[in-house]
Design a protein. Structure first.
Length: 246
């Protein structure tokens, strides 16, 4: 059985044995428990139990009108549609989930991240805030995360992020080009006068402050505190007001 296919099925929430049986069903088209068990390389009693779970979950069905019970897998496209719906629902609830994570805590939660994957994950999560101020060098971000920056620009243009964002960038030709792309995607972008460059990315949301160093070895410090975010918001509004439009 193809290990890459098994891992792909498992990555969307299937348990290992469920993946084996689902792929066996796809391979067979329809099959009896014995045939499925043989193809999946599992024992019959286990196959019975897992089949029942897959049927209850809507990933397999019993073939009607057969004297001997036969089973079949639902079309993979149906699973894709369900996963997309789940992702959309989770995405819509993201601002509420992030707000809940900081409630009821007297002390702020502080995280330090120095891996590119970890930094990218935090950047991605910030895109789901209700509102955000960005004071950043998109030139530097692009140097460290070129594919991600391009992807975020496209997703902003498609309206996939609902965040009310304000971007402030340095006053340089390269930064201006990135700023124009963001503005074309419906974002609010301004230039900080007399500031030619900086090697940082600062993001303030309704309950988080993210500060990144974008020098040779990037790192990020994330502070989760609604009180801190509220107290810093006037400072970011002053920065925004003192910046000029593109």
């Amino acid at each position: 059985m193809d290990q890459d296919l098994l891992k792909t099925i498992e990555s969307i929430g299937f348990r290992p044995k469920e993946s084996q049986i689902y792929l066996a069903l796809l391979e067979l088209g329809t099959g009896t428990v014995s045939e499925i068990a043989k193809t999946a390389q599992l024992k019959r009693p286990v196959t019975y139990i897992i089949l029942d779970d897959l049927i209850k979950s809507g990933y397999a069905t019993k073939v009607p009108g057969e004297k001997v019970n036969r089973f079949q897998a639902v079309d993979p496209s149906a699973i894709l549609i369900r996963q997309k719906a789940n992702l959309k629902n989770f995405s819509e609830m993201m601002p509420l989930l992030q707000t809940l994570s900081s409630k009821g805590k007297n002390k702020p939660k502080i995280s330090y991240v120095d891996t590119k994957d970890g930094i990218q994950n935090i950047y991605e999560s910030l895109n789901y805030a209700r509102e955000a101020f960005y004071v950043s060098s998109y030139k530097k971000l692009h140097e460290h995360f070129p594919k991600k920056v391009e992807g975020w620009m496209k997703d902003y243009g498609k309206g996939l992020y609902k965040v009310d964002a304000k971007h402030v960038i340095p006053d340089s030709p390269e930064e201006l080009e990135f700023g124009k792309k963001y503005k074309a995607g419906g974002q609010n972008v301004r230039i900080l006068p007399a500031q030619k460059n900086f090697d940082t990315d600062i993001v303030l949301t309704e309950n988080k402050l993210s500060v990144s160093s974008l020098e040779e070895e990037p790192f990020l410090v994330l502070i989760e505190s609604e009180k801190l975010a509220k107290s810093l918001k006037p400072l970011f509004e002053i920065i925004w007001e003192s910046s000029r439009d593109i």
